[in-house]
Design a protein around this ligand. Structure first.
Ligand SMILES: [Zn+2]
Length: 463
């Protein structure tokens, strides 16, 4: 919806919201160059305030956090907080929320009714629906100031790539969801600025029209799902699409090394990965100076843990990760909330040429939910990923677990031998302990996506 079509009250609210967001952005951009000591002090102060707020305003947290000593240091306070799961959130939503005028049913109804443009609930709240790739969709409500912080947490990283182009504003093309209930779409729409021109190319509208529209738009920055951008990169390599983005920012899905290579060969560009979580926003963001991502440490605490929730050292892949939001007045406070993503924290001594001292996080591997179990044998997603990486003509794929093997949907471009893929997968499965797998390869014009347009590569059988 353009500003001209909005009701006067709504327009005013959005203008105020944008103004507030620009002020937040200026403050948060300065925070990127904080020293390690400043970061530690900022986090301790924020955690104390967040616990205090949740104890005062949330019935559920009030009981769970009553014992935490607010005079203790950061590590002691954090260790005293019980771990929280998605089930806890879903079951106790109405007791966790800190605002008496919101409940789960109202938020769900609001999220279902959203069209392609975001709308404030009760003139201040934004409701987003998590992608639900783990099978449990959930709605999250963000207050006015939280949403501005969420926007600034990504935008502050963009500023270093903003050199005023000859033709005016930086043109940002987004490839992804077309529904405002997905957080990224809502953010782009609410905080549109005169310095950027935004356009969406929803994957749900098909790639053919995407090629035509992208060609017309000529993005400076292309942001979206790597599986979708990869399709456009292949079109560019074939001479079907002529665009020259300076930066590629990937979101929502895992950025595979082969996709990064394809982007680099298609365009002269920086490739920047991000780690976003619906329940929190933009947890980590690449800077373009290295392949890792910086954790937004002034906003989140992340704790990589093993399957028994014990901390694991830097450099080791976690089973899941506990995330705490440090925003001092969060609407839906989440402390040590388990996300089933596998992450690798990098050693603290590694400094980055971008000047940020925020901790770096390595490649985010497949979710721990992505493991296929066959009797006592567990097959991790990387068993498949390493095989698909050898087949350059596979644009995208999806592996669905069956009781005696797998069904693989592939979308290919160019020469492809299904038998070679089946043989390579069988060999890899055998090495991982699953012998004699039944493998069916299906060549499809488009791989099925979730209702948010996201590619869910691995679909495990539900027990
Ligand atoms: Zn950096």
């Amino acid at each position: 919806m353009s500003d001209a079509l909005m009701e006067h009250g709504e327009l005013n609210l959005r203008r105020q919201h944008r103004q507030f967001a620009y002020e937040v952005l200026a403050r948060m951009t300065k925070a990127l160059t904080m020293s390690r000591n400043e970061i530690s002090s900022c986090r301790e102060h924020a955690l104390r305030a967040a616990i205090h707020h949740a104890r005062e305003r949330s019935g559920w947290h009030g009981a769970r956090l009553a014992h935490v000593d607010l005079k203790a240091n950061f590590e002691q306070m954090l260790a005293a907080i019980p771990i929280m799961t998605k089930r806890d959130l879903i079951m106790n939503w109405n007791h966790i929320i800190t605002s008496p005028d919101l409940d789960l049913l109202a938020c769900q109804t609001h999220a279902e009714g959203l069209g392609c443009e975001p709308n404030y609930l009760n003139e201040r709240y934004t409701v987003v629906k998590s992608g639900g790739s783990s099978g449990n969709p959930c709605v999250i409500a963000y207050d006015w100031d939280e949403l501005a912080i969420m926007w600034a947490s990504a935008t502050r990283w963009y500023l270093q790539w903003h050199s005023p182009p000859k033709r005016g504003a930086t043109r940002i093309g987004a490839v992804g969801a077309d529904r405002a209930m997905h957080a990224t779409a809502a953010l782009r729409s609410i905080f549109a600025s005169p310095f950027t021109t935004n356009a969406s190319f929803p994957v749900t509208e098909g790639f053919a029209s995407g090629i035509v529209n992208l060609q017309r738009f000529q993005p400076d920055i292309l942001i979206g799902y790597p599986s979708a951008i990869r399709f456009f990169a292949s079109a560019a390599l074939k001479g079907d699409l002529f665009i020259s983005p300076r930066v590629i920012i990937t979101t929502s899905e895992i950025l595979m090394p082969e996709a990064r290579r394809v982007f680099k060969s298609a365009w002269t560009c920086l490739v920047v990965d991000t780690y976003g979580v619906s329940e929190f926003g933009n947890v980590a963001h690449g800077c373009g100076h290295c392949d890792a991502m910086h954790v937004n440490e002034d906003l989140f605490v992340i704790e990589p843990v093993d399957s028994a929730y014990r901390p694991i050292p830097a450099g080791t892949q976690s089973n899941s990760v506990l995330i705490t939001a440090l925003h001092p007045a969060r609407l839906l406070p989440l402390f040590r909330y388990e996300i089933t993503d596998r992450v690798i924290l990098q050693e603290e001594s590694q400094s980055c040429p971008c000047g940020s001292n925020f901790q770096q996080i390595g490649k985010v591997h497949g979710r721990s939910d992505d493991i296929f179990h066959y009797g006592g044998v567990a097959i991790h997603a990387h068993v498949f990923e390493s095989v698909f990486g050898q087949f350059a003509n596979i644009l995208e794929y999806r592996v669905v677990q069956k009781s005696n093997g797998i069904i693989v949907d592939v979308h290919v471009d160019g020469h492809f031998e299904p038998q070679s893929l089946a043989d390579a997968l069988r060999l890899a499965l055998g090495r991982a302990g699953f012998h004699g797998a039944n493998i069916e390869i299906r060549s499809v014009p488009e791989v099925e996506r979730t209702n948010l347009g996201k590619l869910r590569r691995f679909v495990a059988m539900t027990p």
